[in-house]
Design a protein around this ligand. Structure first.
Ligand code: BGC
Length: 692
């Protein structure tokens, strides 16, 4: 450290410094800083004023989330959201998280993370709020699009991939929102009650997976858990996170309404964001009055500094992070790859792929066909340099004169367009109005940026808007081949119209390059390879109950495909469903037990004359002495197969992932007996049993 004046030391991080240097400097900072400086370090600072100065433009600058200590040259931590890209500047806009969940591609997700990390660094940020891994308990959840799906194993694997990708650029990644944040409108108040098994087996495993893999920080949730707010919940933030899981990074609150009492710091929260509303002077008074021990403040500072300096001192993978890296052609190509791999083909009566030589004219119908609709307008909003809509991409592919337009406001005109065309594409679904982060009017965060009072929130319906259904019905009557693509963050019920159309895609919010991907999939330049990361019901009553106004809710063990299987409810589209233009077969399933895992091997063949990706899902059924989901996902893999290629796929299931939580001992137990493994691919299943 350097003495720069009688009282000022330079304790700033140095790239390439050793772990010992970091330990020493952290000790030195704690020895040198005053109590006031330490407490100031535990809060973000300046957000309210800066936000107003920036005309309420979310992401106009990085936000201080942890203020550092200016006198000692401890830098602040600079935060940016969010799940579909960096919520700052004109960053690359990827398909929303749920779409990326449908890729089941951890390698791709890690590359996306590396791009987000790079674009964070290029824009002055070092803490990323991109990993949202709350469980999709019900498809009406407004922020469903920000998470990966309904299955804990899948959430953990995808969140880990994103986090490690982000952190490869020495940006700290945070997993959010810890925990039980699976509904939106009442998120600031709702109290979630839950039993121990459901908590540890269903709602928490994905957080632990990410943290065990090295994701460095945690954002607490707004909601309450068993009667206490998550941002000040000792059981969650200390007993589970630190005690049971051994987490050593830092925990910061969610924005503005994340905690209510100074004692949050004793409960295990390290940073209040984005301003010292509850901490700051009030926390100083509480410490001076002896209500909070000084070592608790030191502990929080140490958690922050050790994590921050670990990343700030690590050698960088590139010499510089220039602004020209943001949304550069390679990053945009990755957004396109993600869209291609995520768009999911739900139905196809043989009309797809379209043959470009036979389609003289294509009717492209629905208002959403030419809307830049990349998802909600809350904290995860990304403002890319451009967005390719389905209409723009199809005009580019077929020529403007080949496209006929129409929408749900004028069914006669739409029918005329359809009648004059060889095929009809209807782009249906939602926008930020119908689903998304709920920004109530009285919480003038202004994240909408367009002066609207409140937007998004939990959905009021699981169906398409009535005018869109009327459009589909009217187009079906023309007798032309009709393809519908659903733009939405999670499941949309299709019962009212499914049997009237020839093909259905779920295209999600597919990012800045989504239009190109959809056009290529329609015309068979690529084979569809997305698979649903959630269950689509035939009857909404088959989902768990959901009340968007509830301030008290009980989460239990049953949702998603586990609940459908237990109840014998046949889904319309099962978790993992997705069609391909190729056909696959599998054979030679082999299981091999090692001391801590089951190794699975199987041959997969692509029988078609086109290249296509296949995804394999390994489900386990446990012996049955302890009630669990009838089958549960424990591994998955994605393979890219050339025409006619056969490849050996390998998956691994860790034995510790097969345990159940014992509420009596508050520990984990292994059930011995016969386990069944089912390996599911597109149109084929193999199974085998093993004694464990
Ligand atoms: C959201 C977080 C987000 C934060 C900062 C909150 O409203 O719940 O997900 O990271 O705002 O934008």
């Amino acid at each position: 450290m350097t003495l720069t004046s009688a009282y000022d030391y330079d304790y700033s991080p140095r790239r390439g410094a050793s772990p010992e240097w970091i330990d020493n400097i952290v000790d030195a900072i704690l020895a040198e800083a005053t109590l006031g400086e330490k407490i100031a370090m535990l809060s973000g600072r300046g957000f309210f004023q800066e936000f107003v100065e920036d005309g309420r433009l979310w992401g106009a600058r990085p936000y201080r989330a942890g203020s550092g200590i200016e006198r000692l040259k401890v830098p602040p931590i600079y935060f940016s959201d969010g799940p579909r890209g960096v919520a700052r500047g004109q960053s690359t806009c990827f398909p929303c998280t749920m779409a990326r969940g449908a890729t089941f591609d951890t390698d791709l997700e890690m590359r996306i993370g590396a791009v987000m990390g790079t674009e964070m660094r290029a824009q002055g940020c070092d803490l990323s709020g991109a990993i949202c891994i709350n469980l999709l308990r019900h498809p009406a959840w407004g922020r469903a699009q920000e998470t990966y799906g309904e299955d804990p194993h899948h959430l953990g694997a995808m969140g880990t991939a994103l986090g490690l990708g982000i952190q490869s650029q020495n940006v700290m990644a945070t997993v959010k929102h810890f925990a039980l944040n699976s509904m939106e409108n009442t998120r600031f108040s709702v109290n979630v009650s839950i039993d121990e098994r459901s908590l540890h087996e269903i709602y928490l495993p994905h957080f632990k997976i990410c943290l065990d893999a090295g994701v460095a920080t945690v954002m607490s949730a707004y909601n309450q858990f068993n009667g206490e707010y998550c941002g000040q919940h000792h059981g969650l933030l200390t007993d589970i996170l630190r005690g049971e899981w051994g987490f050593s990074g830092f925990v910061h609150s969610d924005w503005v309404m994340g905690l209510y009492k100074p004692y949050a710091v004793s409960a295990g929260l390290d940073i209040e964001n984005p301003e010292p509303q509850i901490w700051g002077d009030k926390l100083l008074t509480a410490v001076e009055a002896g209500h909070i021990a000084p070592f608790v403040i030191d502990r929080a500072c140490r958690n922050i500094l050790r994590t921050q300096y670990h990343f700030a001192c690590a050698p960088d993978p590139r010499p510089e992070y220039g602004i020209d890296l943001v949304a550069n052609p390679q990053h945009i190509a990755l957004a396109r790859e993600a869209a291609e791999k995520s768009i999911t083909l739900l139905e196809n009566n043989g009309i797809l792929p379209l043959d470009a030589k036979k389609i003289g004219r294509l009717a492209v119908l629905g208002k959403l066909a030419d809307q830049e609709n990349t998802g909600d307008r809350g904290s995860s909003r990304v403002r890319p340099p451009y967005v390719v809509t389905p209409l723009a991409a199809l005009e580019e592919k077929l020529g403007q004169e080949a496209i006929l337009r129409g929408d749900e406001d004028d069914l006669e005109a739409a029918a005329a367009a359809a009648n004059a065309a060889d095929a009809v594409l209807i782009v249906a679904g939602y926008t930020a109005r119908e689903e998304g982060e709920f920004i109530p009017g009285d919480l003038t965060l202004g994240q909408d940026g367009e002066g609207r009072p409140s937007i998004g929130g939990d959905r009021t319906s699981l169906s398409l808007p009535p005018q869109q259904i009327a459009l589909i019905h009217a187009m079906a009557k023309t007798g032309k081949p009709v393809i519908v693509t659903i733009v939405a963050g999670s499941a949309v019920m299709v019962e009212e119209w499914r049997d009237q159309v020839g093909a259905i895609f779920q295209s999600f919010y597919s990012g800045m390059e989504g239009g190109h991907a959809l056009a290529d999939l329609l015309f068979g330049e690529i084979s569809p390879s997305g698979r649903l990361p959630f269950t689509v019901a035939r009857d909404a009553a088959h989902y768990p109950y959901f009340d968007r106004d509830a301030t008290q809710v009980t989460y239990d063990y049953w949702h998603g495909y586990g609940k459908f299987a237990r109840d014998n409810s046949v889904p319309r589209y099962a978790f993992g469903h997705g069609l391909s233009y190729a056909s696959f077969s599998q054979g030679g399933l082999k299981l091999h037990r090692t001391h801590d895992a089951i190794e699975v091997e199987i041959q997969i063949t692509n029988n078609a004359p086109i290249r296509s990706d296949e995804i394999l899902f390994a489900y386990i059924s446990t012996p049955g002495g302890i009630e669990r989901w009838p089958y549960v996902l424990k591994a998955f893999t994605r393979l890219s197969l050339c025409a006619g290629e056969t490849r050996l796929a390998r998956l691994q299931i860790k034995l510790e992932d097969l345990r159940y939580r014992d509420p009596l001992s508050h520990g984990w137990r292994f059930e011995h007996g016969q386990y069944e493994l089912r390996l599911c691919g597109t149109g084929h299943v193999s199974s085998a049993t093993i004694m464990l």
